[in-house]
Design a protein around this ligand. Structure first.
Ligand code: HEC
Length: 437
């Protein structure tokens, strides 16, 4: 089944038309929360949540909800946790505590309300006008109001409920079409820092994959590892990862914490005998050294089309100190394509990335990461391949507020910002997996 998108509508970006992610009933609340969360997240860069708990009173005022029925845990809160929190907040997951029972949720009620209203959780808030994205879905207006109302009522339990089940570990299924391997033995995540990148080759597996259509990872350090990108080095090419990210045009597949496995849907990435596979692990140091290793699952795909990669963005931008700019790149399609996934790369000054499809008849948001967080980098897999017609313009944009508030280092004054390898430099690229049609 495929999702066909005709650019026939004239709706504008930002008009909150997406029924999946915005609640149309509450534009005012959404808007206030939007502004509030932006403000707080900029303030919050590099700070612990506890440092801004005193913001709480202003949040309470926003929570003026008017539900018709009394909110309780079993009926209202539990389903939200099941869908949007338990993928990580469960036994063995990346979240620092489980949110599977009434007692666990009640104990953290205040924090749950706070991280929800400020847009801090779920951690990457990506939205699309066109097709659902497989990463964590943001909370919508009605859910935010429900959480707030539950808190206001003193967190009632309602009918007794069973603990929410721990999500099934994606056990490798064994068949002719799957290769499972333990990789990265001896590779370590440093114990300190804001975010850490570990890159290593997987020598043992090169040549065994054939046609890669599925990729998943089970980290040995689930609390630390947030994203794993698999990339293919072709003969005669340089290694695929540089200090500034993935080399343009490189074939990749990606796994992220709490996401579904990477699945091309209707295509495959070819991995030939002479090719070499590499992994890039993005992790958050936990205070002690952790392994960057894990169990990797490749699915082989035999009957489909070849996935290609297009890289957008550029490495020549300059953003003057104290300037707020939008970086932009455009790709006009010279044939029909099916979009499979996108992997934006940006660091700490960028605060939002957008990916827009534009034709003579209108614009649609293909994907937007509303509050970019470089410690939660996103690779966005579309739930279904998204067909875009020849002549459509794909626009990749990043908002870069190069002011002292937006700046990673929290300097007195911001510096001129350029593309580069240091954490205080920026990146502006996006790698797009697609199938030509
Ligand atoms: C993709 C995984 C993931 C999802 C989904 C997720 N969380 Fe979290 N959560 C984490 C991790 C990891 C942390 C630890 C802090 C960090 O690294 O950002 C965390 C931290 C928290 C904290 C503590 C914040 C602090 O700074 O002390 C709360 C409360 C929380 N999450 C609630 C939620 C709620 C409520 C949801 C659902 C609406 C949710 N989380 C969804 C992974 C997740």
């Amino acid at each position: 089944m495929q999702f066909y998108f005709e650019l026939a509508s004239t709706s504008k970006i930002g008009s909150n038309k997406n029924e999946n992610t915005f609640d149309r009933g509450a534009p005012t609340l959404d808007r206030s929360l939007f502004l509030l969360s932006k403000g707080l997240i900029v303030q919050n860069r590099g700070m612990r949540l506890t440092r801004w708990l005193w913001w709480t009173p202003s949040i309470v005022i926003l929570g003026a909800a008017s539900p018709t029925e009394q909110v309780d845990f079993g009926k209202d809160i539990r389903p939200i946790l099941a869908q949007k929190c338990v993928p990580c907040h469960s036994e063995g997951g990346s979240g620092p505590f489980a949110l599977q029972t009434f007692a666990q949720a009640r104990k953290r009620g205040d924090l749950i309300r706070l991280v929800s209203l400020t847009g801090q959780m779920p951690p990457t808030d990506a939205r699309s006008d066109l097709v659902s994205l497989t990463p964590h879905q943001p909370l919508i207006g009605t859910e935010l109001r429900t959480i707030q109302e539950w808190f206001r009522l003193g967190m009632p339990e309602g009918a007794k409920t069973k603990p929410l089940p721990t999500p099934e570990k994606r056990k490798p299924f064994v068949s002719d079409h799957v290769v499972v391997a333990q990789v990265g033995k001896g590779q370590a995540i440093p114990s300190e820092g804001r975010s850490a990148t570990v890159v290593y080759p997987i020598n043992s597996l090169s040549g065994q994959v054939g046609y890669l259509g599925y990729f998943s990872f089970q980290p040995d350090a689930p609390k630390a590892v947030r994203q794993v990108v698999l990339a293919v080095q072709r003969p005669g090419q340089q290694p695929p990862f540089t200090q500034t990210g993935l080399r343009p045009g490189t074939s990749y597949a990606v796994w992220s914490d709490g996401f579904n496995p990477w699945q091309s849907g209707s295509g495959y990435i070819s991995v030939e005998k002479e090719d070499r596979l590499w992994l890039r692990v993005i992790a958050v140091p936990t205070g002690k050294p952790e392994p960057a290793s894990g169990l990797m699952t490749f699915g082989r795909e035999y009957r489909s089309d070849k996935v290609q990669t297009k890289t957008m963005g550029n490495d020549t931008f300059v953003v003057e100190a104290e300037k707020i700019v939008t970086l932009r790149d455009e790709w006009v399609l010279d044939q029909d394509i099916d979009l499979i996934s996108i992997l934006p790369e940006a660091r700490f000054v960028t605060d939002q990335v957008r990916f827009i499809a534009k034709s003579g008849t209108g614009e649609k948001l293909v994907a937007m990461v509303h509050t970019w967080d470089a410690t939660w980098p996103g690779a966005y897999n579309f739930a279904k391949p998204l067909r875009l017609r020849k002549g459509t313009s794909l626009i990749y944009e990043a908002s870069v507020p190069n002011t002292k508030h937006g700046h990673a280092a929290e300097d007195e004054k911001s510096q001129t910002l350029r593309f580069g390898p240091r954490s205080t430099d920026e990146l502006f690229s996006c790698h797009i997996n697609y199938i030509p049609r």
